[in-house]
Design a protein around this ligand. Structure first.
Ligand SMILES: C[S@@+](CC[C@H](N)C(=O)[O-])C[C@H]1O[C@@H](n2cnc3c(N)ncnc32)[C@H](O)[C@@H]1O
Length: 253
């Protein structure tokens, strides 16, 4: 019988740790072609403002200074494109994602935006990154860490591949604690999002997983402690939109 430590959450279900990644991969394989449209529909376009806030925090250099960003679980490239467009001539972004279908959509979008020279799409697992130690100035992950089965390993890997003085920035759904807004958010999440997901992608379960996985993700102070445990220093976070999302920051010093 599997020990409790070999199990994890897949939404509200408990699954063997080794099975979670396969289930997550099925979700994103299923929704990849409609992923960007769904983000706009579900968030009313707000995901753009949250990603813009992440870009402001990344603050890529404008001049000729080389800047290497790794966008983990970068999917269809939203964060990568923002950084590549805002950064200077020597800004380079590597999108690393485990899902070939999400990467294929991202690579097509990069070509149509004329960003092939600045953004590279590579398949890889956040728990076991295919990059040398100390190779990036900044590591970002947006709405990705929640899906990774062994979060501690992914954080340790982000720390390993960062240069000394580099920053880790994580944007993730969080917990709404504003009275009134919390009830409305619950209603919207559980009653509407799976229905919108079913209508747009044909995969209700994928969006049921989304709302459940958000509820299972550690609250900001707990997640901040996990980031510290991975070796990051001066860890901080701020919540946005009444706690719908949180942006965590940690330094490799
Ligand atoms: C919700 S999407 C976020 C995509 C993008 N960062 C964005 O904000 O639009 C989550 C992504 O995490 C990826 N993912 C899940 N597990 C992963 C892992 N172990 N390593 C790398 N990527 C993973 C999925 O394939 C998916 O593209």
């Amino acid at each position: 019988m599997a020990a409790p430590r070999d199990e994890t959450h897949f939404g509200y279900s408990t699954v063997p740790l080794d099975e979670k990644q396969g289930r997550v991969d099925d979700v994103f394989h299923s929704v990849a072609r409609r992923y960007d449209l769904m983000n706009d529909l579900m968030s009313g376009g707000l995901h753009r403002a949250w990603k813009d806030a992440l870009l402001t925090a990344v603050n890529p250099p404008k001049g000729d200074r080389p800047f290497a960003l790794l966008d983990l679980a970068g999917g269809t490239g939203d964060v990568a494109f923002r950084v590549a467009e805002a950064g200077g001539a020597n800004t380079r972004v590597t999108v690393c994602d485990i899902n070939a279908e999400m990467l294929a959509v991202g690579a097509e979008r990069a070509t149509s935006r004329g960003l092939d020279h600045a953004v590279t799409f590579e398949q890889g697992n956040a728990e076991e990154l295919p990059y040398p130690d100390k190779s990036f100035d900044c590591v970002t992950i947006a709405f990705g860490i929640r899906n990774v089965p062994r979060i501690d390993r992914a954080l340790a890997e982000a720390h390993r591949v960062l240069k000394i003085g580099g920053r880790f920035l994580c944007l993730e759904f969080s917990s709404v604690d504003v009275p009134g807004l919390d009830a409305l958010y619950e209603l919207y999440s559980f009653k509407l999002i799976p229905r919108i997901g079913a209508a747009v992608t044909g995969d209700r379960e994928a969006y049921q997983y989304l709302v459940e996985s958000i509820r299972k993700f550690p609250r900001p102070p707990v997640f901040a402690r996990m980031i510290e445990d991975a070796g990051f220093r001066r860890v901080s976070f701020r919540q946005m939109t009444g706690g719908v999302v949180a942006l965590h920051l940690g330094w490799k010093l």
